[in-house]
Design a protein around this ligand. Structure first.
Ligand code: GLP
Length: 262
């Protein structure tokens, strides 16, 4: 099913995939990721683009199950050939800090899949010059050929990665200040204290995200119903960074019933 704004806009549309619940979404998305990885063994395709957050947790858990169900020879090839770049990382948190996105990836993917630590890359949140680190990270993504399949979650304020509104489609990988809304949304990982959430982060920009071959934007749960409605109804604008994803020729929006119904 296609869904998008009026044809007069310089946009393509989202391919909308509606699933019963978050488990069915995890099933669908994990299959897309595994298929992509299995094909990459043959075609030498681009690295994966990964996201963190609660939306991704059941997806990674299902992906780990799916990989475990593969023949041992394929599992070994998947591990050997794995290369992924995450969207973002907090500034000021070391990889060993359990609240960092690196630690989150280690818990949900690197450990359970038995990947090499260097195969799952994120910006370095402890780099002395975060803007220089953002440039280094963008260059590393470019040197790897750009992103192939990019997974994305959706912020309550419409951010993707940490591209906070207002955000232009020309935004590049950079260090930026997080909004109060985003720090509140992510407070759970910081003992519920929004003031403990770092004030800055490094994120891939819309330029790097829109350059991926394929985008899969995942939206689950009733809490996301309002922002999903905005995404489906509003014209593309800086106030809703995720709306720029419609410009991509191959962007699948995978949602569950709770997010659709509210
Ligand atoms: C976070 C992350 C995003 C994530 C989004 C949704 O702040 N930077 O990459 O996709 O917000 O998070 P969640 O899945 O926890 O709702």
């Amino acid at each position: 099913m296609s869904f998008g704004p009026s044809p007069s806009e310089r946009v393509t549309t989202f391919q909308l995939v509606a699933q019963r619940d978050a488990a069915a979404v995890a099933d669908w998305v994990s299959k897309a990721v595994l298929d992509d990885r299995l094909q990459s063994q043959v075609g030498g395709s681009r690295p994966l683009g990964l996201a963190t957050g609660r939306t991704m947790e059941p997806i990674y858990a299902r992906l780990v199950e799916r990989v475990a169900g593969q023949p041992p020879v394929d599992q070994a090839r998947l591990r050997r050939g794995w290369l992924s770049f995450n969207l973002d990382e907090y500034v000021g948190l070391a990889a060993a800090d359990p609240r960092s996105f690196m630690a989150e990836m280690a818990r949900h993917l690197v450990g359970p899949l038995g990947l090499e630590v260097g195969a799952v890359r994120l910006p370095d949140g402890t780099a002395p010059d975060p803007q220089a680190e953002a440039q280094r990270y963008a260059a590393a993504v470019a040197a790897a050929g750009g992103i192939g399949l990019q997974l994305l979650g959706l912020g309550l304020n419409g951010h993707v990665g940490f591209n906070e509104p207002p955000c232009s489609p020309e935004s590049r990988c950079r260090c930026l200040h997080l909004s109060a809304a985003t720090r509140l949304q992510n407070a759970a990982a910081f003992g519920g204290d929004a003031t403990a959430v770092p004030t800055r982060a490094i994120t891939l920009g819309l330029v790097q995200i829109l350059a991926a071959r394929r985008l899969v934007l995942v939206v689950t749960g009733a809490a996301k119903a309002a922002v999903l409605r905005r995404l489906l109804q509003e014209p593309a604008s800086a106030q809703l960074p995720a709306s720029w994803l419609r410009r991509h020729p191959d962007c699948t929006l995978v949602v569950d019933q709770a997010a659709l119904d509210g």
